[in-house]
Design a protein around this ligand. Structure first.
Ligand code: AMP
Length: 292
């Protein structure tokens, strides 16, 4: 496994691989890797000739009140895990090279970035030129795509909105990159794996498992014939509330493609939640579909 830092080296490596007519799979991450990230790596290994994993805690996508300073990092362990998966390149660019002085170009998806986490992760506290969370995400991913030149890029459905945005971004900008959506990997009790789960105390960790149970409950209501979003949302919210979260950012039913809010369900819909337990802001979601 090669570890690369400089953008030029990364570009040169990708050119060499493409010159051999081989396909590059790419898994962008912020590190503190877990089984969820590794499932993306495994998909890439299965589908592509070479696999690149990037580790970059992107300052652009953190709001001023968020956890950039404390975001979990463990490069040594990450490298070990990636070596075991026989990844070809781990790419760890430096913030200064990614965002040199004078950097100012932002990528914005005007509609998909407005709902769900776009509403509840404000970027500015009066700083008007600060990027929004999803401008930060779209900008860094496009930059990484330009440096790594992947044929396929792997994104987890845990960050469903991010994945939908990537589908749109490659279409809108005519990028020859296939976005591969990967299923959510969960702990035994259903909690979606996340780098931020380490913020949870033992007791918060127990309570946080309600998110999965609540989503499943929502799905059961749907299968039982409920088609009013408000009824499902009310019961899901009540279940989560009973576990005393610090704050519920949202419980939302939205169209799985446009992410627009859905009030009466006529086609597959996404039930998505964002909830704070202690210091951790956790997100999760479930697709409701079928004629049950
Ligand atoms: P992050 O390091 O949190 O930015 O995540 C990097 C990639 O891993 C994103 O595409 C995430 O959606 C994906 N990912 C994170 N957690 C999980 C999970 N539990 N299951 C599947 N994919 C995940």
């Amino acid at each position: 496994m090669e570890a690369l830092q400089s953008l030029l080296e990364m570009k040169a490596w990708s050119k060499k691989i493409h010159d051999q007519d081989l396909k590059i799979g790419f898994v962008p991450t912020m590190g503190a890797l877990h089984e969820g990230h590794l499932s993306l790596v495994q998909q890439s290994k299965a589908r592509c000739d070479r696999t690149v994993v990037s580790i970059f805690v992107n300052p652009l996508q953190f709001g001023p009140q968020e956890d950039l300073e404390h975001y979990p990092q463990n490069l040594e362990k990450d490298f070990e895990l990636l070596k075991k998966e026989a990844v070809d390149v781990v790419f760890v660019p430096k913030p200064k090279e990614m965002y040199p002085e004078g950097f100012q170009t932002m990528v914005e998806l005007s509609q998909l970035s407005q709902s769900l986490c776009g509403k509840s992760r404000p970027a500015s506290s009066g700083e008007s030129n600060r990027p929004t969370h999803f401008q930060g995400v779209a900008t860094v991913v496009l930059k990484l795509f330009n440096v790594v030149s992947p044929d396929q890029a792997f994104f987890g459905n845990k960050d469903f909105q991010q994945r939908v945005m990537m589908d749109r971004l490659v279409k809108d900008l005519h990028l020859d990159i296939e976005i591969v959506a990967c299923p959510i990997v969960r702990e035994k009790d259903g909690l979606a794996m996340s780098s931020r789960n380490v913020y949870l105390s033992f007791e918060e960790r127990q309570r946080a498992a309600v998110l999965y149970r609540a989503l499943q409950h929502g799905k059961k209501l749907f299968w039982a014939g409920e088609r009013q979003s408000s009824k499902i949302i009310a019961q899901v919210t009540e279940m989560i509330d009973k576990e005393n979260p610090k704050h519920i950012d949202y419980v939302c039913m939205c169209d799985a493609e446009t992410l627009e809010e859905v009030f009466e369900i006529h086609k597959p819909v996404l039930l998505a939640v964002a909830v704070h337990f202690g210091k951790a802001r956790l997100i999760d979601n479930m697709l409701l579909y079928g004629d049950h």
